[in-house]
Design a protein around this ligand. Structure first.
Ligand code: DGL
Length: 294
């Protein structure tokens, strides 16, 4: 079983792609709706909330947890992988983020290669990255892309309130206004140049991809993060099949957990994924883990 963690509903854009791509694999999803959105929170808090989420999924039997959240990945993934996991007692467990596969796709360069490679397919492009405050201020996309492709110009744009507005089911007009604001600010940064490619660097943003498409220049190609992450996970699991375990129940299990109200989250989630299974509420990180009903 594989765990997928997100601050709220955004990780569903990744999970639904993974669920289609791996029809025999069981997944356990945890949305930290009690604390969403993460994007404007202090870094230390994001690290701690992410650790609690990952650990809750380990406790449920996921040996591999994917942070289906750019903010958690940008701020916490490396720290948890390097500073927490090795001494945590979770031997044989692992966690992955979603920035690395996105950077690999944007640069056409494996993550392990950290120096410029020539010739580069995309070596003079202008890449736009949209994300939460914390993802963008971490600078991770710009830094990791330019490390591999120094001639690529990376313009980053904070969309501070967009993930929260998506979670709150803001009106189409409000969402459209927030996306337009972000794209306009980015175009201003570009001073007339048109972005060749755009990364929606927040897993909530594919839920308003049509609005980004409408406001970005028609020539800008959008990288689809859920598909990129699924491709990367497929490759990873082919090399490390032990994370799948030996037994695949038929039908496979899709377990949906939330730190929020299960009924409310289940109905909101259906707006984004019609067939999403019902959520179960859990409390995590405050004493022994408990389920509080469906
Ligand atoms: N969906 C998440 C991301 O990819 C986080 C959004 C938030 O909680 O602010 O960044």
């Amino acid at each position: 079983m594989i765990g997928v963690f997100d601050s709220g509903l955004g990780g569903l854009t990744v999970l639904r792609t993974l669920a289609n791509r791996f029809p025999d694999v069981s997944f356990c999803y945890l949305g930290d709706h009690a604390n969403v959105p993460y994007g404007n929170r202090p870094s230390e808090m994001i690290v701690e909330l992410s650790r609690r989420g990952v650990e809750a999924l380990f406790h449920r039997g996921a040996r591999l947890v994917l942070l289906g959240c750019n903010t958690a990945t940008a701020v916490a993934a490396r720290r948890l992988q390097q500073n927490w996991l090795p001494g945590s007692g979770w031997v044989g467990y692992n966690l992955l983020g979603i920035v690395a596969p996105t950077v690999e796709a944007a640069t056409q360069t494996p993550w392990a290669v950290t120096a410029p490679q020539y010739p580069q397919k995309f070596n003079s492009e202008l890449v736009a990255v949209f994300g939460t405050t914390r993802t963008i201020t971490s600078g991770v996309y710009r830094e990791e892309i330019r490390k591999r492709c120094p001639r690529v110009e990376v313009l980053q744009q904070i969309c501070a309130n967009l993930a929260g507005a998506i979670e709150d089911e803001a009106s189409h007009n409000e969402l459209d206004g927030l996306v337009r604001e972000g794209v306009t600010a980015l175009v201003k940064q570009a001073r007339g140049a048109l972005p060749d490619r755009a990364i929606l660097g927040c897993t909530h943003f594919p839920l308003v991809e049509d609005l980004f498409r409408a406001h970005l220049p028609p020539t800008t190609r959008m990288l689809s993060q859920p598909n990129i992450v699924a491709d990367s996970l497929e490759d990873y699991l082919a090399r490390r099949p032990h994370y799948l375990g030996g037994f695949h129940p038929q039908p496979r299990n899709l377990t949906m957990l939330t730190t929020g109200d299960a009924g409310e989250i289940s109905s909101r989630a259906r707006i984004f994924w019609a067939d999403v299974p019902h959520f179960v509420s859990v409390e995590i990180g405050v004493g022994p883990e408990t389920s509080t009903g469906a």
